[in-house]
Every structure is written in structure tokens, then in C-alpha cells.
Ligand binder design. Sequence first.
Ligand code: 13P
Ligand code: SF4
Length: 387
Amino acid sequence: MNWDEPSSTATALLLLGRGTDPASERGVDCPGDLPAPSDPDLVARATAAKAALGDRVFVLGHHYQRDEVIEFADVTGDSFKLAKEAAARPQAEYIVFCGVHFMAESADILTSDAQRVVLPDLAAGCSMADMAALPQVEEAWDTLVELDIADRTVPVTYMNSSADIKGFVGRNKGVVCTSSNAERALRWAFERGEKVLFLPDQHLGRNTAVLQMGLTLDDCVLYNPHKAGGGLTAQQLRDAKMILWRGHCSVHGRFTLDCVNEVRERIPGVNVLVHPECRHEVVTAADYVGSTEYIIRMIEAAPAGSAWAVGTELNLVRRLANAHPDKQITFLDRTVCYCSTMNRIDLPHLVWALEELVAGRVVNQITVDSGTAHHARTALDQMLALP
Ligand code: 13P
Ligand code: SF4
């Protein structure tokens, strides 16, 4: 299994990823009149609105967005690239974020007070991010304080977390990471402490610790926020090097070892390429693992005729298959797998958000309060400064 490094050989599904927590689909209706999805002028309307706004607007698109939305993105990327792009656009009055809520929050934190960040559909949350709430994390930290191990523990949060959690991490001298820099973030953290509290994705934490950092599965414990003390004994918490929060991605959690075995049998010589949000046994059995940006680079670099089974969200895999007809690109799972909250952003919502901006009305603005933003920014800046 190769992690996140293009190698020489590299030159080489509908399951609804529904949120398990109601907050992931925030139950917020758009306050205006959305154009009908059947409106034949949607593309022309989006084009006209973007042209009218010119340099005042910058549209960011995560790789999991629908094709109809990606078409209007000024830049596409993984979470890390989009955070950097947002921070690098001080001239844009409006940042329209075609992604999910935690990404738009991070963009608001990384941009100036004069800039406004818009999420075209407020229901575009992330079930994984919702699995770590601030009171739960503070309770976990209190447990570590009581056990006298908090001062030796560095909190690290995946980008897929609320601004509150990033603020907590910033206040407690930790760092944010994404799927493309988790190893660097963990190395940074272990230079500063003996333990890491990794939030909220157990799989990214475990996969990075074991497959990239050389820790063992026994060095990791799973903290269940719904149980007293995380369901762990004091000794387990004292002995652990990685305290993994019990969160996961409902989309990537669908890929199993059976999927890997089945595709290897069905397509001899297939390269299995997965996202690190997948379960440990899936990542271990895969040939390559990395962020969405890495997955794209690998497929682009692959030789014609090569076969790939990709374990990530459907919009991206389908786009890759369409863009590379000379390569055999298939879903790792036979059941198709969208991220339902990423899919909330569709062309009608984008047209509505852009046309409202043209009319001088900022809709669905994402704002993070200044106290939270201050500490979250510390943790995000630390991530951007990682070697
Ligand atoms: P990356 O694009 O950073 O790999 O993250 C994937 C993801 O799940 C975003 O929600
Ligand atoms: Fe959240 Fe998973 Fe969707 Fe990413 S793919 S936004 S982690 S639910």
C-alpha cells in the first residue's frame, strides 16, 4: 500500500451517505425562490450572474460536487487546497463555497472581515463533523486533565469538524489537519507531546498513525463520547499514544474488505485507490491511499489501459471515469455512493445565490463569531505552516 506519493507504478454505486445526526442536514430552508431544476436557462443564468459579478466573486468547488456545479468553480480542490485558495483571494468580496458547512466556516475564518462567505445551501453539512460536539470534547479533555495527562496530549482535529472544535484545538495548542497533511500534523504533534487526541475521524487517525507513523493498533484507543470516560479505563487512557474520537464518514465507511477482494477477483491487475477516511482493513488492503487531489493526480498519471477501483465519493469517481475513457475506472463498491450533503449544492441553489449577490443581497452567509474564529485561526494557521 502506498500512501499519498505518486510512484512509478502509478504512472500506472448509489448508496446515500446520509447524515446520522440531524445537524448534518441542517433543516434550514432557503429563504428565497429557487429556480426550478427543470429551468432550461439555468446554465445561462449562472453564466450571466458570474459575469455580472466579475472579480467580486470567487467560486470554490470541492471535488465531490456535482458536474453542473463544478462547471462554475473558479478553482476545484481537496479541503487543503480550497482552504489555501480561500486565504489567497483577499480581493474577492464574495467567496461562494460549493462544498459543505465546515469548509465554508474555515473559509470565513481564513478571509478578512470585509469578505463574505456564502454556502448556496445551508443544509450542506457533514455527518462526520457533527459527531464531535464541543461539550463532548470538553468533557473528554476534562477527563484527561483529571488523569493528569492533558498537558502531555496534543489535540489534532481533521478539517472535517466545526469551527468550535477547531477553536478548542487552537486554545489547547493543537493543529488542524486534512487528508493530505495528516502525517505531517501528527509528526508535529508528537514532537510536542506524548499523546494525540485525534478528532473526529477515527479512520484517518488510525490509518495515519499505524500506516504512516509506525505506531501499532495497540497504541490506539477509541474514545466513545456517549460513554462515561469514553468507555475506557484510566489505564487505557494513560497507556494510549493515539486517543481516537469515535467518528467516521458514512460514505467511506461503506467500503469493506470484501469490496477489495471482490474487485481484485473481477478485474485482474486492478489498482485499488482509496481515501484515508476508509476503514483500516480497506486502506491496508489497497494499493494506494490519499486525498481527493491525490486520487485525481494518480488517475491522471496512470497509463492508458490500466484498471483502477476507486474508493471515494461517486461524483468524483464518475467524473474521473468520463475524463479518462482510455483507462478502466470503476467504483470500489458495487453500490453507488454519493455524499448526500455535498449533493445538496445543485445548480438551482448556485444560480439563486449568485443572482442574489448580483441584486446586492448576501444570502446564506457563513459567519464564525470572532472569539471562536480567533482560536480556530491559530490551529488553521498552524496547519498551513506545517513543513
Ligand atoms: P479531501 O478532499 O480533503 O480529501 O476530503 C474529503 C472529504 O471528505 C471532504 O469532506
Ligand atoms: Fe462528510 Fe463524508 Fe461527506 Fe466528506 S464525504 S462531507 S466526510 S459525510
